[in-house]
Design a protein around this ligand. Structure first.
Ligand code: GTP
Ligand code: MG
Length: 213
């Protein structure tokens, strides 16, 4: 039935146009414990009053992809709607014994490790669905590691626009220069997700980058 084919064709085009206008899927990726959830929560709280997930000093707190849809961010009179996607921290090695030093019981530590491994797989699965990614790094840590290089390499290969955030600049040990030197071809934004420092610059870069989507 040609009418039906036409109708499908047009509805697909319309939904594509609509989708492009509707929501930018923004992923928060990075190693564990760097402050991905803290940043996603802060943005979400500022614009919706709600948070996305729990934050902890124990790594691998986020073990499932969690998201918030239709978050309208307003910056300097411009408005954009995002789907904020907070992901489990990506690591090359997960050892349940690392959790024992946080006074976690052995059984709990073992299940946390198992869930964390599943979480990494989930993070990577979701990567394909992202329009834009904020790679969150801890500015007090050495940026030259396998995880960071793999995440960024993957994003480049998929042609997903990337913004690098160096978090925890409130700490004495923070070294922005080192992060910038590690990723010279990217703009690196230093922030403190915990204290809300320098978020203006973050939003500025986010809106600038969203033009590439
Ligand atoms: N000093 C300081 N601490 C921060 C900052 N942002 C986050 N933290 C702390 O870092 C720890 C980890 O924060 P999360 O937001 O849970 O980190 P995450 O990247 O989501 O961690 P996973 O879910 O385990 O991958 C918590 O103790 C936070 O309070 C920051 O800007 N400054
Ligand atoms: Mg988290």
């Amino acid at each position: 039935m040609p009418v039906k084919i036409f109708r499908n064709f047009f509805s697909r085009i319309f939904s594509n146009i609509f989708k492009n206008k509707k929501e930018v899927k923004l992923g928060f990726y990075g190693p564990p414990n760097v402050g991905k959830t803290s940043l996603a929560n802060r943005i979400c709280k500022d614009f919706t009053g709600e948070e996305i997930g729990s934050v902890s000093k124990i790594p691998h707190e986020t073990r499932n992809v969690q998201f918030k849809e239709k978050v309208e961010i307003e910056y300097k009179g411009k408005k954009m709607t995002f789907k904020l996607v907070d992901t489990p921290g990506i690591a090359t090695k997960i050892d349940y014994e690392d959790f024992l030093k946080y006074k976690m019981k052995k059984g709990d530590a073992k299940s946390r490790a198992k869930e964390a491994t599943q979480g990494i797989i989930e993070s990577i699965k979701w990567l394909d669905d992202m329009d834009m990614v904020v790679v969150v790094l801890d500015s007090t840590e050495n940026p030259y590691n396998q995880v960071n290089i793999t995440i960024i390499g993957n994003l480049v290969a998929r042609k997903i626009p990337v913004l690098i955030v160096a978090n925890k600049i409130d700490l004495k040990k923070a070294d922005m220069k080192k992060i910038e030197a590690a990723f010279p071809e990217y703009e690196v934004i230093g922030i403190s997700a915990r204290y809300g420092e320098n978020l203006e610059e973050f939003y500025e870069s986010l809106f600038k980058l969203s033009k590439k989507v």
